[in-house]
Design a protein around this ligand. Structure first.
Ligand code: SF4
Ligand code: SF4
Length: 318
């Protein structure tokens, strides 16, 4: 039994699946920037992208399900050459689905990507955008030079089209700590963000998601270089919160990588913890009735989801 499962056992808890409500599809590792906290190791030189054939197989399967939301991740999802065709297809299913993008706002400022604000508005794509601080230094340190200014300009463009204001054009921002500590209270930080973003940049948004940094991939290397990895992992274990279990995203999300392989979450994806049902599981082979009975694969990194207020792709859990 791993340390996380032992902790659940000690608290009399079990981690089981609920009905899937989100298909989270990672389109690949290509990104125009390379943030220090990136658990995907994405960047401008990465070549991994889902093929058109595998994308179509995934969408063929998705259309047969009742899963209401497609959550697109990367890399920067908009850099995938099939991004627009895929969104158009999903929004035009007989039973149209919500589409969410993990938006790296700086992409809007890159030549060739000027289409993004209007396209996203037309298809009412839910934008969830990283913005680890409301002041430039922290953001640039974590995400690279000029990322703050380019993100601000991009949010202003989205606001002009109604994003962050119109309830049908959701713009949610994501905060993650700029160091080896847990996020603060989400509601309190959201109020501060709203005030600062409005006052200094005239930017509005809907919700702020506080996400705990996961000590894997590039972020683990960063902590290791700073001799903080063990201390950070200990912090996560010491702050285990049993109340976070019910909301864990692995319970109702199906996570799929750029090769169609199925995982419990984006983190397990990066750790190559593919699900198997007799043989390694690809998304187009999922039988949802059987899937809901499959155990969730856990390991020590799961403490990153259960520390403090808990953490998921939709922010705090408690
Ligand atoms: S965190 Fe997002 S924006 Fe930053 S490198 Fe990774 S995928 Fe790109
Ligand atoms: S890391 Fe993944 S499997 Fe582990 S608790 Fe978090 S969401 Fe669930």
């Amino acid at each position: 039994m791993n340390a996380f499962d032992q902790k659940l056992f000690d608290h009399g808890l079990t981690l089981t699946r609920a009905t899937p409500t989100i298909l989270q599809l990672n389109l690949g590792k290509l990104c125009n920037i390379a943030c220090t906290h990136c658990h995907v190791n994405a960047g401008p030189h990465r070549k991994e992208l889902i093929t058109t054939e595998d994308l179509n197989r995934t969408l063929d399967w998705f259309e047969t399900t009742d899963i209401p939301t497609l959550d697109l991740t990367g890399g920067t999802p908009e850099m995938h050459p099939d991004f627009r065709a895929l969104v158009e297809r999903v929004r035009n299913f007989d039973q149209p689905r919500e589409v969410m993008t993990r938006l790296n706002a700086t992409i809007i400022e890159e030549p060739g990507y000027e289409w993004i604000p209007e396209f996203h508005t037309k298809h009412k794509i839910i934008c969830v955008a990283s913005m680890p601080c409301y002041s430039p230094d922290n953001v640039n340190e974590q995400r690279g030079d000029n990322v703050f200014d380019r993100s601000i300009t991009a949010f202003q463009k989205l606001n002009k089209l109604g994003y962050g204001i119109d309830p049908e054009l959701r713009l949610n921002l994501v905060y993650n700590p700029n160091g080896a500590f847990l996020p603060p209270d989400q509601k309190e930080l959201e109020a501060t963000y709203k005030r600062e973003m409005k006052e200094h940049f005239n930017i509005e948004f809907h919700d702020l998601y506080c996400i705990t940094n996961m000590a894997i991939a590039r972020y683990a290397s960063y902590l290791k270089r700073n001799k903080q990895l063990d201390e950070y992992n200990q912090l996560l274990v010491e702050n285990f919160n049993p109340a976070s279990i019910d909301g864990l995203m692995c319970r109702d999300t199906i996570s799929v990588d750029w090769m169609g392989r199925v995982f419990d979450c984006d983190f397990n994806q990066q750790l190559e913890m593919q699900l198997a049902n007799g043989k390694p599981l690809d998304v187009w082979d999922i039988d949802l009735l059987k899937f809901e009975k499959m155990p969730i694969k856990t390991a020590a990194h799961c403490f990153g989801c259960t520390a403090g207020a808990g953490s998921s792709c939709g922010g705090s859990l408690t």
